[in-house]
Design a protein around this ligand. Structure first.
Ligand code: F6R
Length: 366
């Protein structure tokens, strides 16, 4: 059932070209310039005219929500707040009938997310769900929604569910942006074609994990890791750090790269591996200077860069290349090497990657 892979997690990492393709199938129609999302668009008016969107989730699903914040604000120009379901529900949040809430959950059973949905519903908000498990409690509790078609995720660490969530959120952001008339037509069409090519690009990136293995070998005994990213790749830094800590039990923190100088820079010495997510983007030069700051303190830089990047390659200790894509979709690609890195490190440390200690696949307690 592991399809020849040593672990479910590895199988699920390698399934991502397929799971994203399945998630986009029938919804993304680049030739016709269309995005079809039946389940969501029963409540289309609500979301297209929303004055703000509140996104709730836990763990990795919360990280997908953070990516969506960048997507919805940048493409659709709707203000977004992303909340941990547990904090949202207990702080007497201000919610009205005008609000649109998007709840994200792989399992569809997370207790805090479910309770947050019920609360928002009582206050009259319209709730969209993005779940992977068909017929799950959250899928039933929401007004409308879209399933991620990632297939069953067995590994406790979420991998293919995360990228499928981001794919669905990208579809929603593009469709809403289009309906609101806030995207240039040519850019919209360009993005549809680009999103369609993501599975193929992931396939190419998965042809070899030699670099991720090599880096894992070198740093598997590290006690701490720092992950840095900016913009669309700030949430990827958080996700990379979460993946490492949950399966390898190495302490890891993710930060927006610009926050480094406000504290975490004190941690950097020759024993600190710093994973910097630095594909070509609007903030490229900024992240180059963040890398210089790490190198000036003898930190070890593992950089995730766009194909053929030579500037960062000269500064970093190691680079992992990703395929070229639009900045807005880059999280779908930059996530992949970070999943592989945490997987290999955990295996090399002898950890049970599919069932890490103290964790359960769905958290049905509060
Ligand atoms: C991380 C992980 C957890 C879940 C979180 C939410 O790899 O698996 O952080 O993402 O428990 O679970 P769902 O998405 O099922 O609500």
């Amino acid at each position: 059932e592991k399809g020849g892979y040593d672990h479910f997690m590895l199988k699920e990492i390698y399934e991502q070209p397929k799971s994203i393709r399945d998630t986009l199938r029938g919804r993304l129609l680049p030739e016709q310039g269309l995005i079809k999302m039946g389940g969501v668009f029963e409540y289309r008016e609500k979301i297209v005219n929303a004055e703000r969107i509140i996104i709730i989730g836990c763990g990795t699903s919360w990280h997908a929500g953070l990516v969506a914040e960048y997507l919805f604000e940048d493409l659709a120009r709707i203000p977004v707040e992303v909340e941990y379901a547990s904090e949202f529900r207990y702080r007497n949040p201000v919610i009205t009938e005008k609000d649109v809430v998007i709840a994200i959950s792989q399992s569809g059973e997370t207790a805090d997310t479910l309770a947050a949905i019920k609360l928002a519903k009582e206050k009259g908000a319209t709730i969209f769900g993005i779940c992977n498990v068909v017929g799950s409690s959250i899928a039933r509790e929401t007004h409308a929604g879209a399933y991620t078609h990632a297939g069953p995720e067995i590994g406790v660490a979420s991998t293919k569910a995360f990228t499928a969530q981001v794919a669905v959120l990208a579809l929603m952001a593009l469709r809403i942006a289009h309906d609101r008339g806030v995207l240039k037509q040519s850019y919209y069409h360009q993005l549809l074609t680009e999103l369609d090519s993501i599975p193929e690009k992931i396939e190419k990136m998965l042809e070899s994990d030699a670099q991720a293995r090599h880096i894992s070998e070198l740093y598997k005994d590290a006690q701490n890791f720092l992950y840095l990213g900016r913009g669309f790749n700030f949430p990827v830094a958080l996700e990379g750090a979460l993946k490492l800590k949950e399966i390898s039990y190495i302490h890891a923190e993710g930060y927006p790269a610009a926050e480094m100088k406000h504290g975490p820079i004190a941690l950097i010495d020759e024993n600190m591996p710093v994973v910097v997510i630095a594909p070509k983007s609007g903030q490229y030069e900024k992240i180059v200077s963040n890398i210089q700051e790490v190198k000036a303190r003898n930190g070890k830089v593992i950089a995730v860069v766009s194909n053929g990047d030579s500037e960062i390659a000269r500064m970093a200790d190691h680079v992992i290349e990703i395929e070229e894509t639009a900045e807005v979709f880059s999280p779908l690609l930059t996530t992949i090497p970070l999943q592989l890195l945490s997987y290999h490190i955990a295996v090399m440390r002898g950890c049970n990657v599919d069932q890490p200690r103290n964790l359960a696949k769905s958290v049905t307690v509060e």
